[in-house]
Design a protein around this ligand. Sequence first.
Ligand code: GLU
Length: 425
Amino acid sequence: MSVTKRTSKNVLLDTALKNFYGAAEEMGLEDGLVEILSRPERAISVSLPVAMDDGSIRVFEGYRVQHSTALGPAKGGFRYHPDVDLEECEALGSLMTWKCSLAGIPYGGGKGGVSCDPLELSTSERERLTRTFAARIAPIVGEWTDIPAPDVNTGAAEMIWFMDTISKMHGKLEPGIVTGKPISIWGSKGRTAATGVGVATCIKELLETEKADVKGARLIIQGFGNVGTYAAKTMDEFGAKIVGISDVTGGYYAPDGIDVKKAFDHVTNHPKKMLEGYSQPGMTKVSGEEILLVDADVLAPCALEGAVNAKNAGSIKARYIVEGANGPVTPEADAILEPKGVIVVPDFLANSGGVIGSYFEWVQNLNGYFWTEEEYNNRLIPIMTDNFYRVWNYSKEHDVKMRRAAFLVAIKRVADAVKMRGTFL
Ligand code: GLU
């Protein structure tokens, strides 16, 4: 390969680029395609003036990056977090391209966000911020161009504000412009749980193919937000034992099993949707870091990037890691885990249930016809299972790690599309 490889000071982007170049080299991808796919098609920054409740004005920074539209409209969420910047959105946008490609759905990849601390914002401030963000990126989003969705700290409320703002600007309802909407307003039954159900499907298939019992398997779920809660609930229904859960308030360890239903109800009723104050018999409160290291078969990091890193990877006891979050295992951690024989199911396979669910919602929106939750899950679970085995089998046949296998499969489909469509735009 004779291209000049891009690097970045942003760890997530640097990792995304390294993973891409490594796989591209291994598959002998031609230089022109490497150049095209190592850059986003479009990246914009927007400033967002928001009238705060106290009458002052604050200006937030927002971003939207469309990494690729070769396979279809850019697809990917937008997040609210203090660490959001353009490079993080670029990295996460490229991950969406590979995720949608691997999932076999007709989308490219994108990501957006606003640098803010949502815990400091009132509901009406979040609404004004979301509507301003929607208006500022309106020229580049659309149901056939770029379709946002929930991500870290955004959910159904933000999505409906987003849809409403764009619909009012355009003078007509545009439900397919965003996914993850409330069920009562053009959302889809099953979408909220989809990412967690998909993570659980990967955990179950992994254990079964490894001839390990799902019933009684011990799990740590790091992050008890949308992904973690539904992954925990689904694994609990499969008979697994969730020994540890955590969120920003720390770790909750119960060697005999967390009462998942009780923890779920606690979070649902907590004003900030947190585990803070949760307790049950036989439970010990530990730190968010300690919970990753307790004895378990499977660790599912479902919070933010970089959770499993060079500092803690050597002490992790779990034999399997299933990445519910985007980028939770750093490349340094990957290198430590591999010789220990730890199998890592990569993020853009493990958490693809969310965007597959978004695709279902969009299809229903375009048709104006809604499916039952059963129809939804009956379609989601076989797709997740097939995708899991496609990557698993590829990794066995070619003797590569699952992450590399997933990249090789995903890049090929996008590269073929770019080639077939040509390079006029
Ligand atoms: N934010 C989710 C992800 O990272 C969902 C994206 C979507 O549904 O478009 O996969």
